[in-house]
Structures are given as C-alpha cells and as structure tokens.
Design a protein around this ligand. Structure first.
Ligand SMILES: Nc1ncnc2c1ncn2[C@@H]1O[C@H](COP(=O)(O)OP(=O)(O)OP(=O)(O)O)[C@@H](O)[C@H]1O
Ligand SMILES: [Mg+2]
Length: 435
C-alpha cells in the first residue's frame, strides 16, 4: 500500500480477536474524549475456540486481513494495537494492600508502590499454589488514607498509611502468548491488553450506570464475558466458555441441518420466546449431506425456540452462578447490559430478565463518529471499547497507567515497518513494560 502514513500520536488502533470474527478499528482522537473512526476491517475468524487460539495460521490470516482492510480505509499503517482478550482463562482477584506514608503528602510513586504490593501478594500466593498467570489489569478500585475509605485519588493527601483495594485481572500465560505470536507474525506489537467485557462496558455504558452498579454481559460466539462496574470502577471480570456458536450447533444437531443453515435459521427466524403462531409457521430446513436442491424438512418455527431457549437459560444460569461465586450477584446493582453478536437473538432480553431478575437493556457502542452502521452493532461493542480505552484519561478507565506513564503510550498509531521486516523482537515487549 502506498498510502500517506502520518505518524500521528493521536491515532489509536484496536484489535478484537473473537471466536467468530477478527475486527480492527483505527480512530483519531477529537477533543476531550471524542473519537472519529478512520478505518474498519473485519474478517471471519476460524482459528479460535472459546476465545483461545487453536490454529495459529488461521488466526494470523484473519488478523492480517482485518488489519489490512482497516489500514486501507484509514489511509495509514499501524504498528501497535490495543488488544482485546476474551479467553476462558481470565480470572479476577480482589486484593487489599497497605503502605506507610509516614505523614508526608502522598505522591504518585506511593500509589504505584501500594498497587505493586497487591500484585506481589498475588504472585506469592500463585507461587505457593504452583500456578502462573499474566496480569492483564491492575485497577485500583478504592483507596483509604488512615483507614478513611472512599478516597477517589489519594495524591496530595496527608496521612500515616495508604491502603488500596485492587482488581487484578489475569489470564493463563499460554493463550496470551499464542495471541501475541499471531499478532507479531503480522508485524504488530501490543500496546495494552484489555479484557473484552471491560472494553464493552467502556463503549456501551453511560456514567450513571457505572456509578450505580451494572453488569455487562458480552455474548460472543464462543464465550460469554462478564464485567461488573460499581461506583465508577470495574470491580470484576470473568469469561465463560459458552456462546452463540453453541446455539447454532444445537440447531444443527437438533434439526440435522448443516451448521451454515443452522446459523441462517437462528439469525433469521430464531426466537427465545414461544409465540402461538410459531406452531403453524413452517420453515424449510435443508438436511445434512444433501446438495442444494436436495431434500428439505419442514419444521414448525416453534421448534427453533425449543432448541434455543434451553441454551440461553443455561448461559444466564452460568452467569448468575459465576456472579454468586464472586460474591457480587447482590452487590452488582439492578441493571444488566447485554452486548456481543449473540445478544441479537430475539427474546434474549426477556430470558436474561427472568433468570437474573434485573433490568436488562441491549447495548451498542456509543459516541463514535464516522462509524459505519454495519460496525455500530452490539457485536462491535468490545472493539469500540478498546478504542475508548486507548483514548480515555478518566481514573477508572486507565487504572494504574494514570500513575505510571509508559514510555510506549500514545504510539498505537505509529506507522508500521514493512511487513517483510521481522518484528519478533517485539514478542514479550508488553510483558517487559508491565513488570
Ligand atoms: N442477528 C443475529 N441474531 C442472532 N445471533 C447473531 C446475530 N448476529 C450475530 N449473531 C451471533 O453472534 C455470535 C458472534 O458474536 P460476536 O461477533 O460478538 O463474537 P466474537 O467476538 O467473534 O466471539 P467471542 O467474543 O466469543 O470470542 C455468533 O454466534 C452469531 O451467530
Ligand atoms: Mg467478542
């Protein structure tokens, strides 16, 4: 490509590698927190299962194609991306740590230090248990000075002790390294890793929801990810290995139809709620193994509901159990926002309301200028949120990074070297910057 390559530091590139599609957005900052999307690329993903790479070549191809398309549209090349992770090995840990500040005015270094000690405590616990993980987020969700809780920002305050309540989100090292390898094969580096459901929350929630308490449920193809926001902070993230592909596979098995036909039936005629007329409405269902003009079965539309509903029930029951085991089901507020491609199944909101006993709304990315309609749906919420993560400066969004400016920050939009040049040296750079 011979496009002009402005080395603009206000350009952010986001890459969401999902189980069904890889999406790349390139955007430019506009004013305080505004953004204009310059380029969009999306490509079918076949190399992942439950958000985890199982086929490196297929993942590399999908990443390369999605990034190329976004670069062509934006007229710029990118070198580093903010990467969404939604693999099922993501875990949340809440830790408290305390340091002495001996009566001096608290400085940014004190804050970074107390967060470091929370990370060190987790690492020690993992060493004892013989486990290992990669930190994805270290977000302070509340400070206390001399035991006085509710401090939003302790810098400049005086006291004897500073304590912090930190959300540490981690992932298993293998899947993160595989994602990183697929990306480095496309000569891209990672600016930040962000849990997809957290990103979806950044793009779809309004401030009041984040303050009063809300659970974001990102219903993807191979995963259902959860992020809980409370008092402005993300306080929990988690990923469950179940998604829209399970619904499609249930339909394919239940009706003996090819997966592609099951996918079509689901998106065109699927409904989670039973309607009396659906017994009389007959659908043509091609049979597996038959050619295009081969035998079709006629089944009442209500049969789709009978297949779809149990899987959605199971999904929301798993979400409920997950929140209960994290001790957050009752603390997490009265609202739920559904995002992700699979949130578009008709009737999903009613099922969520019934099982979670919450007010449920459907979310879609907010506040992005220049976004094509096709990319403004709930399936693109996570990718849009990654852009927002790159642009935002509010304390709850950037967490620790606010206190420890990485020298690499702001380079997401730097033009990339030619594809032929090996960038394997970048492998592990993210790890180095974060330890
Ligand atoms: N209009 C629609 N109606 C019902 N389901 C839909 C619709 N559009 C997409 N889906 C489903 O959404 C799922 C894909 O969602 P999404 O694009 O959010 O997943 P992903 O990000 O690729 O995967 P993951 O986040 O799980 O790794 C697929 O199972 C697809 O069938
Ligand atoms: Mg996704």
């Amino acid at each position: 490509m011979t496009a002009a390559e402005p080395a603009r530091r206000d350009i952010v590139a986001a890459l969401d590698i999902g189980s069904t599609k890889v999406t790349c957005f390139i955007a430019q900052g506009e004013g305080a927190e505004g953004m204009r999307v310059l380029g969009i690329g999306t490509y079918r993903s076949t190399g992942l299962k439950h958000g985890v790479v199982v086929d490196m070549d297929a993942t590399e191809t999908a990443v390369g194609n999605a990034v190329d398309a976004a670069e062509q549209m934006a007229g710029t090349r990118i070198e580093r991306v903010i990467l969404g992770v939604s693999g099922s090995q993501i875990r949340s840990h809440r830790l408290k740590a305390e340091v002495s500040v001996a009566g001096h005015a608290i400085q940014a270094a004190d804050v970074a230090g107390v967060i470091d000690s929370a990370s060190a405590a987790l690492r020690a616990a993992e060493d004892n248990a013989g486990t290992d993980s990669v930190p994805i987020h270290r977000i302070p969700v509340g400070f206390a000075v001399d035991g006085g809780a509710g401090v939003k920002d302790p810098t400049g305050m005086f006291g004897e002790t500073l304590s912090v309540d930190v959300l540490l989100a981690t992932a298993a090292p293998g899947p993160v390294r595989n994602l990183e390898t697929a990306i480095s094969r496309c000569h891209l580096g990672i600016e930040s890793l962000v849990v997809s459901a957290y990103a979806s929350g950044l793009s779809c929630l309004v401030d009041d929801e984040r303050d009063l308490g809300v659970t974001v449920i990102d219903m993807g193809g191979g995963t259902t990810s959860v992020a809980v926001f409370l008092e402005g902070y993300v306080v929990h993230v988690g990923v469950l290995p179940i998604g829209g592909q399970h619904v499609t596979n249930d339909i394919a098995r239940g009706l003996s139809t090819p997966v592609a036909s099951a996918e079509r039936l689901k998106t065109l005629y699927g409904h989670a709620l039973h309607a009396p007329t659906a017994d009389r409405e007959l659908l043509d269902v091609p049979l597996i193994g038959e050619d295009e003009d081969g035998q079709v079965n006629q089944v009442p539309r209500s049969m789709l509901t009978q297949i779809i509903r149990p899987r959605l029930d199971e999904t929301f029951e798993l979400v409920r159990a997950h929140l209960e085991s994290a001790g957050l089901f009752h603390a997490a507020g009265r609202r739920v926002v559904l995002t992700g491609g699979a949130s578009q199944i008709n009737g999903v909101r009613d099922v969520a309301t019934e099982i979670l006993q919450r007010q449920v709304r459907l979310g879609r990315p907010l506040g992005l200028r220049g976004m094509a309609d096709a990319a403004a749906g709930p399936g693109f919420a996570a990718c849009a949120g990654l852009l927002r993560y790159g642009m935002m400066s509010l304390p709850f969004d950037r967490g620790l990074e606010r206190y420890r400016k990485s020298s690499a920050s702001g380079e997401a939009g730097k033009p990339r070297a030619p594809r032929a040049a090996s960038r394997l040296g970048r492998l592990g750079q993210w790890f180095k910057q974060n330890f």
